[in-house]
Design a protein around this ligand. Structure first.
Ligand SMILES: [Mg+2]
Length: 336
């Protein structure tokens, strides 16, 4: 883009985020997260740190303060500055990040996907059932985290959710929690509950061979299988095509807004479905990603709902669960 120059003198700060309640997935349980906030000329952007990516917030900030070249900074830092650059440039042009994406991805063919709410691995299935039923009144798409380490609990989670939300589209996210003997069996058993898709059933460290083996053992009529941790950027797509049916695209994985655009375009070109995801971050980060929603088949943009205090106003969800963009230039989120 234009005249943007990253400078260590731009304001950069770590912002600890407290979660409203512990969030458990196959990778572990979080009670806090951290985002990097960067700002210039009254505009701000952020990118999240994710514990399982191994990027250290304090080291990242120290590297910024030392004036480390942008290309050598952590992925979180590169994304934060990239989003700030896009926010400044699009705002100056009176346009939104979505307008910028439109110029590259073209007019979206379908309606923006319905909003989705995610549920971490529950402690108590009765409370979980009530939570599912409540969320299903607004949201027609629910994402369930499995990979608890207990296959019986994984099945119970889906069974309870299906009973509590008979009509909902259920996105199942295993976060790599099953091995190659468990995954085909679990996918077969879960078919009773009509999942709309199953995300990352196998640990990404098992590589493409495991995806190939899983595909060969897939039961007939199985739901689409999406890759998340196995698909970090557009360069991972060609290898997965034929084994996976779709990919989860996240800004942080790509490290830039253009990288996410490239991954969406690449997935489309290979006939792969697109789930647009996020991390646990404030509305500032979530709203940046949401500008890509019209080009996704599914969206999972609810990371800000986990926060005890979200200091930005950005996307909202209408009473029918549809995504409402803020309608402002740039990222379009504003400090509360
Ligand atoms: Mg996932």
């Amino acid at each position: 883009m234009g005249a943007f120059r990253y400078s260590a003198l731009m304001s950069a700060a770590l912002l600890p985020l407290t979660l409203a309640e512990p969030f458990r997935i196959a990778h572990g349980t979080s009670t806090t997260r951290t985002v990097l906030r960067v700002a210039r000329d009254g505009r701000a952007a952020e990118a999240p740190f994710v514990p399982y990516y191994g990027e250290d917030p304090a080291e990242t900030l120290a590297a910024i303060q030392r004036g480390t070249p942008l290309a050598e900074l952590s992925r979180t830092a590169r994304l934060a500055y990239d989003l700030l650059e896009h926010d400044l440039a699009t705002t100056a042009a009176g346009r939104s990040l979505g307008d910028y994406a439109m110029a590259r991805l073209g007019q979206p063919s379908d309606l923006t996907p319905a909003g989705c709410r995610s549920l971490g691995i529950p402690e108590n299935l009765e409370i979980f059932s009530e939570r599912v039923a409540t969320l299903a009144r607004q949201f027609s798409v629910l994402k369930l985290k499995l990979g608890s380490g207990d296959l019986g609990l994984d099945l119970a989670i889906v069974s309870v959710a299906r009973l509590a939300a008979p009509e909902a589209a259920l996105l199942i996210d295993v976060n790599g929690g099953w091995d190659l003997t468990e995954a085909p069996l679990m996918i077969w058993k879960l078919m009773d509950y009509r999942p709309a898709l199953i995300e990352q059933p196998l640990h990404h460290s098992l590589g493409l061979e495991a995806w190939r083996d899983l595909r060969s053992e897939m039961p007939e009529g199985a739901p689409p299988i999406f890759a998340d941790e196995s698909a970090q950027t557009a360069t991972d797509l060609a290898g997965l095509a034929g084994y996976a049916d779709g990919v989860n695209v996240k800004l942080l994985k790509c490290g830039s807004f253009d990288g996410a655009i490239e991954m969406i375009a690449g997935a489309r070109g290979l006939g792969l479905g697109v789930l647009l995801g996020c991390m646990i971050e404030s509305s500032l980060g979530i709203t940046a990603a949401a500008h890509l929603a019209p080009w996704a088949d599914w969206i999972d943009l609810d990371g800000h709902f986990y926060l005890a205090h979200d200091d930005y106003d950005g996307i909202t969800y209408a009473p029918d669960g549809s995504l409402v963009m803020p309608g402002r230039p740039g990222i379009g989120a504003v400090l509360r």
